[in-house]
Design a protein. Sequence first.
Length: 416
Amino acid sequence: MEVRRTAPVKLIVPDEHRDDLHESARQFLHCANRAAEFCWGDDSYTNCVTANTTARGTLYTELREETDLTANLVQEAIRRAVQATKGCVERWKQGKRVSQPEFTSWSMVYDKRSATFYRDRVSLSTVNGRVECDFELPADSPTPYERYVLSEDYEFRASTLQYDKATDEFYFHITTRKDDSDESVVSEDTEHQKQTVLGIDLGVNSLTVASTGTFWQGDGYDHWCREFEKRRGEMQQRGTQAAHNALLRLGKREEAWRKQYIHIVANEIVTEAVENGCDVIAFEDLTDIRERLSQAKWHHIWAFRRLYEYVEYKARERGVMAKQVAPNHTSQRCSRTDCGFTHEANRDGEHFHCQKCGYEVNADYNAAKNIGLRYARKRHHRLRSSPTSGSGDAPVDVRVNGGTLNGKSHQPIAGD
């Protein structure tokens, strides 16, 4: 199984070479936007170019002549535009509103030929030759850089150089990869192995809820988000340079605090899965979550996205998979496996009351069970339809408060 890790590292860029990086980024964005313009088809997604070979074959020579970028940087800029176009095409096919990709944020993508690593520094290609930048690593050890970049188990992959205008600092987000065949890492090549699923609902009122009935309310998270917002408002009102500098420092502290909080929740979710013998943690698909949960707090939306990312890699290290399932009607469907009645009137805020069978329970808990059941039914259907899976009788149970629900038979085994 492939395992990927990203280690953000602050760079110490020599003053005489800072302009080289800025000009390189400007030309990189020029190439990406030129490629996006080439790939885009205004009338239909069928006219869009989504093959990297086609875009590169047409644009490469022209963009090399227009810029001073190295060959690898030009190719990465083209690839970025093609990938963005592919994403738009998928949304377009689903009837969603899309527009031609446009790249404005300061960033460049480096592959292993345009970035050369040494133990304490990196050599980067620019429009004015190579620039060597030292790493500024935190005092804590081991750092992600030491664990993943310096490790012989991981190989370097395309990584992103970014510039923080507010702090005038450069950061290199180094991506690494390894193929992990360790038995402690979960493998999906176990078609007939019985699985147990932990369903996770990303709630509007609570931060998240598990199908086991464990709630992460997020009251402390909301409190400190309000406190940070209050402090920002006070500093903005002062309007002084000192206040501006303090605001930048506050922003860094807030971001670090948010990440740490979500790390804690992610660890607890993975522990919940392990302690309950779960092989899979099922989340609702986060695509378009901002539109679907328009009433959710903005910082909850941020937390939801980051939470899945953290759980995904933390779970893998403990032999558990993290998966996403379609979120359609999980909050309106009755989770009783002998009912399943779906109607918008079933849910009223935090309360769920099935209009057909009368089942009453916390709405987010009901949704968490439905998410687990949706994964179980989806996997059972896939096994039955697979020509190599025999009878497809590998059961998938959903862990709930006090027992399990069987995803194969759709009948409760125990519990609520």
